[in-house]
Write a protein that binds this ligand. Structure first.
Ligand SMILES: *Cc1c(COP(=O)(O)O)cnc(C)c1O
Length: 393
């Protein structure tokens, strides 16, 4: 039970089950696509793609993981006490507005920070020199992603500056693919070409003090030429990436309680906006989970949840913290039973993939929308009983 003074609300009645066995299996599958000495960077940004960063990291430190990657300094601090000797790479580029305290903390903790600008490098070097500290940097080279990276033309000068600066350690050089999850890989290969030319021009290929990396999940699976010294996997590690050649296992299941059950006549309106009217005498259940918990409102009248192994369609609009489902055809549903909102089964109507499809979005957004309030629980094997022990006080 949470302490009332805690900063965030924690819901004991809402459970995110994390499956360490699935994470382990996916890592082994992905590593199996790489050469033996290729490092594996586990991307745990955005609360480990919604799963729960600290819970996921506590599983991953037992696996063959060489690096963790996060989006921001704050996310690095959040997992810091759990990572042991495994280094953390921060994707957000250091810049001329990054605070001195943050820069010095990164140096003290041995974090690896991303850099994509010469002025930023000079500014950081000055702060580090004053404190006599050294920082690990990875230069992010733009080869076509067109986000925060430095152009391949200008990156050489940045690499030279870092190499010439005693307080800066060139620990890595990387790029990021924009389309490696698409069927047509031609743009990804043109990015790889630009990256290879950049590496050759700056004599980086044979430097064993610099980690060269490029591959996200898509490139790890489909572009062995892009593995270099390390792959950075997010979505595939969590069990999602459509590729006929590999089997990935979903690592999360989200369950929420049924809080009310009513039988109503034909012709009853359900929820806001009267978008659904019962077409038959209907038994309906209310589940305490809504768009504020990450169940997108566009699931209204489209998606299904799983109850007792059967699928119950969402009827009417998804509310802020409740949804109504039709359980007329499902036997023996009781208040207190848990409904599976997100299923750890690729073939389920409540799978992450079907939710992404129903909501016209990508699996990443479904996952990162999972409620932060939910209680996280590690499940060694998939033998969860649908009726939770404390459902009937
Ligand atoms: C998020 C991210 C990844 C991981 O991408 P996936 O498609 O989830 O594998 C890798 N590299 C960078 C720079 C990222 O921002």
């Amino acid at each position: 039970m949470q302490d009332s003074s805690e900063k965030h609300i924690h819901r004991d009645d809402l459970t995110v089950h994390i499956f360490p066995d699935a994470l382990r299996s996916n890592i082994e599958t992905l590593r199996g696509l790489c050469a033996d000495n290729t490092k594996f960077c586990a991307v745990v940004k955005a609360n480990a793609y919604g799963h729960g960063a600290r819970e996921v990291v506590s599983c991953l430190v037992k696996e063959r993981v060489d690096f963790f990657a996060v989006a921001s300094f704050y996310q690095a601090i959040h997992i810091d006490s759990l990572v042991g000797d495994i280094p953390i790479l921060i994707f957000a580029p250091l810049n001329t507005h990054t605070g001195a305290e943050e820069i010095l903390c990164c140096a003290d903790k041995g974090y690896h920070s991303t850099i994509s600008n010469l002025d930023a490098a000079k500014y950081i070097a000055q702060i580090l020199a004053q404190a006599n500290k050294k920082l690990n940097l990875h230069v992010n080279v733009n080869t076509g992603m067109g986000r925060a990276a430095i152009s391949a033309d200008q990156a050489g000068e940045l690499v030279e500056f870092i190499d010439s600066c005693p307080v800066l350690n060139l620990a890595g050089v990387f790029t990021h693919f924009a389309t490696s999850d698409e069927e047509d890989m031609s743009f990804a290969y043109s990015q790889l070409d630009i990256f290879n030319k950049f590496l050759a021009q700056n004599n980086l290929i044979n430097r064993n003090d610099v980690i060269i990396h490029a591959a996200n999940s898509g490139a790890t699976i489909k572009m062995p030429e892009a593995h270099f010294d390390m792959v950075r996997c997010g979505i595939a590690m969590y069990g999602y990436f459509d590729d006929a050649n590999i089997e990935l296992i979903p690592a999360v299941r989200v369950e929420a309680p049924i809080v009310s059950i009513h039988s109503v006549d034909k012709g009853q309106n359900i929820s806001y906006g009267k978008t659904f009217t019962t077409q038959r005498p209907t038994k309906k259940a209310v589940i305490f989970y809504g768009y504020a918990d990450g169940y997108l409102r566009s699931n209204s009248n489209i998606s299904s949840v799983k109850i007792n192994g059967e699928f119950a369609p969402v009827i009417g609009r998804v509310c802020m913290d409740q949804i109504v489902v039709d359980i007329t055809d499902i036997a023996q549903v009781e208040v207190g039973d848990m409904a599976t909102i997100i299923d750890n089964d690729h073939n389920s109507l409540a799978s992450v993939k079907s939710l992404a499809k129903n909501n016209n979005t990508i699996t990443y957004e479904i996952l990162t929308s999972i409620s932060q309030q939910a209680h996280r629980e590690l499940k060694v094997s998939d033998t969860f009983k649908y009726r939770s022990a404390n459902a009937h006080p």
